[in-house]
Design a protein around this ligand. Structure first.
Ligand code: 2P0
Length: 331
């Protein structure tokens, strides 16, 4: 029996990963930049044993059945077994820690935690770079959750050269906050995996997105180096809008926005006009995330409470990188 356990925090992309050059290896079309946050995380344990007859994956206590639900987990288990030279099946227990029941489960923290747990269980002794590369093959965004604070996923052009690295901000990340506005959408969603694929294949604006993303990442890194909140805010908000614009020009067109998303974006514009320091970003879903200086976060939170209920709002700060956890001793 080989046991391992790890905790990984989720990350939110400030400059988005949107499109794959190689869907099998998960090589992205563009580099991306994220902030790891403290409010959402996943703890995952894995045990490999000759006694098991199949791989089993429990998420928050519920067995996940079927190829689709097992896809990302199976991929990492197979790669881990290959690297360790074993054939044992595995049992995975994963718990998502989220402050509300609004379904903010994240494949970034989930697959990063599984990568870390496999690394521990099979004593793979992966460096951070190797662990990032390994997590990437479960889910692209997971490669950024290896690190606390800011991280850049360098797109690379091969399995070896595509991984994330920390972006040193001289602790500036600890002066920032992000407020999640959970819009509780019930509409049918297009998964990010399918949405980005459809966009790469059909969007009229996709080439322009790629050009913009490369320029935006440079601007964002300069803003971080200069600790310039407004420069960072402007580029992340514009980058998010450009990503979402590509979906409108896909065939068939689609959008992740709902009326509540627009309400939240407009609220951010209004607060900014009134002198508040805040900018939004959105991922492949209707929730809106507001970046602001930590010192202003309570006032901005209070303003948002005029439009949204307390259950819809979550205040987060910069989170830590992946951590190994103790496993129960096996008999
Ligand atoms: C990101 N997203 O950079 C972008 C922005 C969504 C919008 O990474 O197919 O779950 O497993 O590599 O990482 C979500 O996509 O996709 C995502 P796969 P993933 O955070």
């Amino acid at each position: 029996m080989h046991n391992g356990k790890a905790r990984a925090f989720t990350n939110i992309a400030l400059i988005k990963y949107w499109g794959k050059k190689d869907p099998k290896l998960i090589l992205p079309m563009n580099s991306s930049l994220s902030l790891t946050l403290d409010a959402f995380y996943t703890e995952t344990s894995v045990s490999f044993s000759k006694d098991y007859t199949e791989d089993l994956f429990y998420l928050d206590g519920y067995l996940q059945e079927g190829e689709k639900k097992m896809q990302k987990v199976s991929r990492l288990l197979n790669l881990a077994r290959k690297q360790a030279g074993i054939y044992d099946h595995a049992v995975v227990h994963s718990h998502n820690f989220v402050p509300t029941a609004a379904g903010l489960a994240s494949s970034a923290s989930g697959l990063a935690a599984l990568a870390g747990a496999c690394n521990e269980a099979l004593a793979l002794n992966l460096s951070s770079t190797e662990l990032s590369r390994f997590a990437r093959k479960g889910s692209g965004s997971a490669c950024r959750s290896i690190y606390g604070g800011f991280a850049e996923w360098k797109k690379g052009d091969s399995d070896q050269t595509s991984f994330a690295l920390p972006v040193d901000a001289n602790q500036w990340e600890n002066e920032l906050a992000m407020i999640f506005i959970i819009t509780n959408d019930k509409a049918k969603k297009i998964s990010s995996r399918n949405g980005m694929q459809q966009t790469v294949e059909t969007s009229l604006y996709y080439n322009d997105w790629l050009k913009a993303a490369e320029a935006d990442i440079k601007t964002a890194k300069n803003a971080i180096a200069n600790q310039d909140f407004h420069a960072l805010g402007e580029v992340i908000e514009a980058n998010c809008l450009k990503m979402h614009a590509t979906t409108l020009a896909a065939t068939p067109p689609f959008s992740y926005w709902t009326p509540d998303s627009l309400k939240a974006m407009n609220k951010v514009y209004e607060m900014r006009q009134n002198g508040q320091n805040c900018y939004f970003t959105m991922d492949a879903g209707p929730n809106v995330k507001v970046l602001c200086p930590k010192k202003d976060s309570q006032k901005i939170y209070n303003d948002l409470q005029k439009e949204f209920s307390e259950q819809q709002l979550v205040l987060a700060h910069a989170g830590k990188g992946i951590e190994s956890l103790e496993t129960e001793v096996s008999k």
